[in-house]
Write a protein that binds this ligand. Structure first.
Ligand code: GTP
Length: 251
């Protein structure tokens, strides 16, 4: 259930305090804030930060706005990055969701990706199926993310660091330059979940994709919590083992 939606500037422009020109989404549904809100990832059980990454014009804003408003809006000014905020309820839990929408320049380069990786709890990497160069850009982003997070390919880390690869603009399949299987293969190589959809035509699929990401982040956070705080019986068993194990050794 949505309480409110807010857009604010992202990490690179956040400090500028420039006059707020709303970049995307229906004007009446969003307000613009100038507060800086770019900190390293600080996951609490109710805060979820998702970064939507990808090359120029792949449909990052279109997908986010489709998810938040259920509407497809054809054109977006994209001169600056922004963070959309939304409250939603998942399994009876109130969550504060932040969605980072970079302008294209903000996606590029290792330092930008590093900022995004540190900030986000989950990542949606998008390419346009009718634009091969955007597929290569997605591959570069995934590669950088893996470099910055060396454990990303490992099974246990996957649960706590979800990354989705999304081929957008499926409605343009008559102009397709990237085959479905290529997307699947790239996703498998980087151990991410793969979707192919259309922000223009698939309202439900877009919602499902973001919902799965939110759920993935939530379950990852639970796993993290469990690892941080082992259950009482396990930690007690460990303690007993440590004490008696050591004594036996020293006898
Ligand atoms: N046919 C089609 N066009 C789409 C789809 N999604 C987005 N577009 C169009 O692609 C163009 C770019 O969409 P944006 O959402 O602005 O893409 P972006 O990745 O946010 O763009 P930048 O921030 O400039 O990099 C717009 O003209 C959209 O209308 C889609 O699913 N199908």
């Amino acid at each position: 259930m949505e309480d409110r939606m807010l857009v604010q500037q992202g990490p690179h422009s956040a400090g500028l305090q420039q006059a707020g020109s709303q970049q995307a989404g229906p004007q009446q549904a969003v307000t613009f804030s100038h507060q800086r809100n770019w900190t390293s990832s600080s996951f609490t059980m109710n805060d979820i930060k998702l970064a939507v990454l990808g090359g120029e014009g792949v449909g990052k804003s279109a997908l986010i706005v489709r998810f938040l408003t259920r509407r497809f809006i054809g054109e977006y000014a994209s001169l600056s990055e922004c963070i959309y905020r939304k409250r939603l309820t998942v399994d009876g839990r109130q969550l504060n969701l932040e969605l980072y929408d970079p302008c294209s320049q903000a996606c590029e380069g290792k330092s930008a990706v590093r900022d995004q990786v540190h900030w986000g709890d989950g990542f949606v990497v998008i390419y346009d199926i009718s634009d091969r160069s955007s597929f290569l850009a997605a591959k570069t982003i995934l590669h950088l993310m893996r470099e910055l997070h060396p454990g990303a390919g490992k099974r246990d880390v996957e649960a706590t660091w979800p990354v989705f690869l999304v081929g957008n603009k499926q409605d343009l399949c008559h102009m397709r330059e990237v085959r479905h299987e290529e997307g699947q293969r790239l996703a498998a190589d980087y151990r991410c979940t793969f979707f192919e959809l259309s922000a223009a035509e698939h309202c439900q699929e877009v919602a499902l994709m973001f919902s799965k990401m939110v759920q993935g982040v939530c379950s990852g956070s639970k796993a993290k919590e469990r690892r941080r705080r082992p259950s009482g019986s396990k930690s007690m068993a460990k303690l007993i083992n440590n004490v008696f194990g050591k004594r036996r050794k020293s006898v």
